[in-house]
Structures are given as C-alpha cells and as structure tokens.
Design a protein around this ligand. Structure first.
Ligand SMILES: Nc1ncnc2c1ncn2[C@@H]1O[C@H](COP(=O)(O)OP(=O)(O)OP(=O)(O)O)[C@@H](O)[C@H]1O
Length: 455
C-alpha cells in the first residue's frame, strides 16, 4: 500500500508541475488527472464507505479477547482487504478478499450505494473466485459515446462488438456461444449491431450467409462479402434447405476423417470441424437472419407449408449446426410462441441473448424471461434516446448493459468491399450468390426511358 501511495503522490506532483508550468495538456493528461484523483478518493474513503454500505464484519472473538487481555480499545469492524488496485482507461478495478461470512451477492446489492459513496459513475461487482470479488468502477458514462479500444489480437469467430458499462469489451464469441437471438423494438439499434458484427467478421476466414426479409435493404449493400443472400421468405426457404444439405456433407466429411481404430490416440478423434486437419477443415458459416418474424408469418396454406419448412430447417441448424461450424444470429422485434409452432423450440437453442430497447415486458421476456428477471427489467428500462444500448446475457444467468459503436452502412460496406476476396464459395449455396447491386431510381424519370417511371 505504501508503494501505491508513493506512486500516486509522484503522479500528482508531475501533473501539478505540468499545470503550473503550462506544458501542453492533451486528452491523456486530463484522463491521468481524473483517474489519479478518483484513485486517491477511493482509497481515502474506502473504510468509511465500506462501513456505511454494511460491507464490514465485526472483529473476531480472538481479536476482542486479545484487546481485553492487553487492555486496549475494542478493535474496529474490518473491511475486505484490497488485493489489487488497477487504474484503467475508464476508471479503476479493485480486487477484494472477502472476510469470513461475506458474500459476493452483498457487493452486487451494494453497487449503487458504493457508486454514490465513491462519487463515481458506475460500479459493477463480479465474483472472480471463491472469496475474491472484483469491483469495476468507471468515472464517466462510457456508453454515451462508444469508443472501442484497439483489439490486441483477433481470434477467429470472436468479434469485439460492443462496449460494456464497466468499460470492458463485449465479444460475440461463436465458439463459446454458437447461436444467438437479438431482439428489440423498431429503431432500437438491432441493424447497427448486426452491421458491426458483419464488419468484424468480414476480415476473418468465415462464410457469411444472410436472410434479410426487409427486402434486402440491410444486408444487400454488404453483398460482396456474402457467400449467399436471400431477401424474401420463398428464397429463404430454399437457402435454408441448401444449408441443411451442406451441413450433412460436412458431417459426412467428419465421419470419414474419424477413422476410429484402437491404435489412434484419443486427441486425434474429432466430432466437429475444429479438430480436422487444417487443409480439410470446412470454413465456418455465420447465418444472419434479419426480421425473423417475416419468416414465421403465413397467410394461406401454401405459405404455411413454407413456414413449417423454414422453422424446421432453422431448428435443425440450431440443433446440429455447431459441430459443422454453422452458427445462427437471429434478429427480430419479437420472438415468442405467437409466431407459431417450433418457435419456442428454436429459441431454446439460441444461447446468446441480446435485447435492445423493447416496448413491453413481454418482449423482454422473450429474450430473458427464461434466464434472468433482472435482465428483463434492465431491457425495459433502456432509454429511447440511447439507440444501440442493449442488455446482453447468456443462459448462465449473467448479463450486462452494452452499446455497439455507431457503425454506419458506409463503413460496413467499405470493410466488406475491402475483404470481398475472402468470400468463400460453397457449392450448395452457389444459386444464392448475390448479384452485383443494380441502381434503381425511385420517383425520378430515368434518362434513357423518357416518360416512364423507372420503378
Ligand atoms: N450504437 C449506436 N450508437 C448510436 N446511434 C445508434 C446506435 N445504434 C443505432 N443508432 C441509431 O438508431 C437508428 C436506428 O438504428 P437501427 O436501424 O439499427 O434500428 P433497428 O432496430 O434495426 O430498427 P428497425 O427494426 O426499424 O430496422 C440508427 O439510424 C442510428 O442513428
């Protein structure tokens, strides 16, 4: 602790010199200034804040006895011991060793009180291991203007897609969470999130497949990086059937490569594409579905049959796709049982959940009702003036507030065009390879067809 105080004092002296001598003071100067002051404030207030928040424990019996024997004053209640204090770009991280009888839940429940006591913007607590909790504190609202830190290294199928309210990066990791559901009301930021995801996946060795039932307006501009695209339910039904066919072919390949014999060491037996030799491994496929409700609606008998085929294929891909490297990312405004047979079965397979702003609790329940009631409340409370803010969770019950950076369509198109040469070809999906975009004029007379509307 003495070393920490010494370092803080030295930093404060340098900062004060810079101020007095009027050295140039760029942004990092003010950031260091703010973080140093926040650190000093937290350390000075630490004991009293813990006491006021009920996070101290009374002295143990032997300490009381020792005080009585030596005729000293009664010892004070003890706060958790600080194991580590680490300043970050957005605030600081405090790692605490719990005293006997304390619980990680006490810190989660007190995070709002701690935030006020330390005069910080936000405090998030999480259990690191038994007996150790971490308090991540941010000095300002990091979600107001999202600035993603530069990723130190890029891993396949792990995309830094948003910033969490505690300043950490939120990753969409397809190897950990193969399929996900993303719901939100209109203008809540679903498409921007999806676009950020596509821009993050475009430089990777991944096949992108899109089903965009908004007539293709969201995904067709990114077509050069897509292996297959469909912009209406009829094409989507064919595309999903072709994907199931492709999945069967990948399974045959895995079976052929297993070659199980007594002599083969365990590590060489594979049940998914990731343990196949690199030269045989099929490229992973990410299937993005925008406005899933359009696929599940039917107005007549023919559409009903098509709908059933679509939902069945989606369920099959969600159930069996992971080992074949096929991942689903499904977006929609609502995704509940009112969309018909098979929808709740499909939802149960979508482990990753993200809820942007929703208009009612029922919609939030579609994402988090079966996972965490707290997350439902948090999703309903998202401010409508903060598009892009969402609650992200998984089936383990954990969740956090996130916001994606504002990736414009122009930025996403530029990334996709720059990486168009990476677009893999999949024989089964050749029929769905997007054509180069055609310019359509709306409400204007096309110069070459005088007198006729070009639409
Ligand atoms: N992360 C963000 N940061 C800042 N602004 C955002 C963010 N996400 C979305 N927005 C703003 O909100 C608007 C609506 O976003 P978006 O089109 O993604 O919503 P949506 O949920 O897809 O709506 P719809 O379902 O009607 O298509 C965008 O035009 C953009 O200006």
């Amino acid at each position: 602790m003495t070393a920490l105080w010494g370092t803080l004092l030295a930093v404060l002296v340098v900062l004060a010199f810079a101020l007095v001598l009027r050295w140039p003071r760029p942004t990092w100067y003010w950031m260091t200034f703010g973080i140093t002051f926040a650190t000093v404030r937290v350390l000075i207030r630490y004991r009293s804040a813990m006491d006021a928040c009920g996070l101290t424990v009374p002295p143990s019996r032997w300490r009381l006895a020792l005080a009585r024997i030596t005729d000293r004053p009664v010892p004070e209640a003890r706060a958790p011991r600080i194991l580590r204090l680490r300043p970050t770009a957005t605030g600081l991280v405090l790692r605490l060793k719990l005293r006997p009888g304390q619980d990680a839940f006490d810190f989660t429940a007190s995070s709002d009180r701690l935030r006020h006591s330390f005069a910080l913007h936000n405090v998030v607590s999480r259990e690191v291991r038994s007996g150790v909790v971490e308090l991540r504190m941010t000095g300002y609202d990091v979600l107001r203007r999202v600035r993603m830190p530069i990723a130190p290294r890029v891993e396949t199928l792990r995309v830094p897609v948003a910033l969490c309210e505690d300043g950490e990066v939120h990753h969409r990791d397809y190897r950990q969470v193969p399929h996900a559901l993303n719901i939100g009301a209109t203008k809540s930021g679903k498409s921007v999130y999806q676009r950020t995801l596509v821009a993050g996946l475009a430089p990777q060795n991944v096949a992108l497949v899109g089903i965009d039932c908004k007539n293709g307006v969201e995904l067709f501009p990114l077509a050069r990086r897509f292996t297959a695209l469909a912009d209406n339910p009829a094409a989507a039904a064919e595309l999903l059937a072709a994907l199931v066919q492709y999945m069967d072919r990948v399974y045959q390949l895995i079976r052929a490569e297993q070659r199980i014999s007594v002599a083969l060491p365990d590590v060489e037996i594979t049940a998914d594409i990731w343990d196949l030799p690199a030269h045989l491994r099929p490229v992973p496929v990410v299937v993005l579905v925008d406005e899933v409700a359009e696929l599940a609606l039917a107005a007549n008998k023919v559409e009903e049959a098509r709908r059933d085929r679509i939902v069945t294929d989606l369920v099959r891909l969600a159930q069996l796709g992971r080992a074949a490297g096929i991942h689903l990312e499904i977006c929609g405004q609502r995704f509940g049982s009112e969309l018909g047979k098979g929808i709740t079965m499909l939802r149960a397979q979508l482990t990753g959940r993200t809820a942007h702003r929703v208009n009612d609790e029922t919609s939030a329940n579609m994402a988090f009702g079966d996972i965490s009631p707290d997350a439902v409340l948090a999703a309903v409370q998202i401010d409508k003036d903060r598009p892009g803010t969402a609650v992200a969770g998984d089936s383990s019950g954990g969740w956090s507030r996130i916001r994606a950076p504002h990736t414009t369509l122009r930025q996403a198109v530029d990334v996709c065009n720059a990486h168009a040469h990476r677009t893999p070809e999949i024989a089964e999906l050749d029929a769905f390879r997007p054509e180069p975009p055609v310019r359509v004029l709306i409400g204007k007379i096309h110069p070459r067809s005088a007198g006729a509307s070009a639409f």
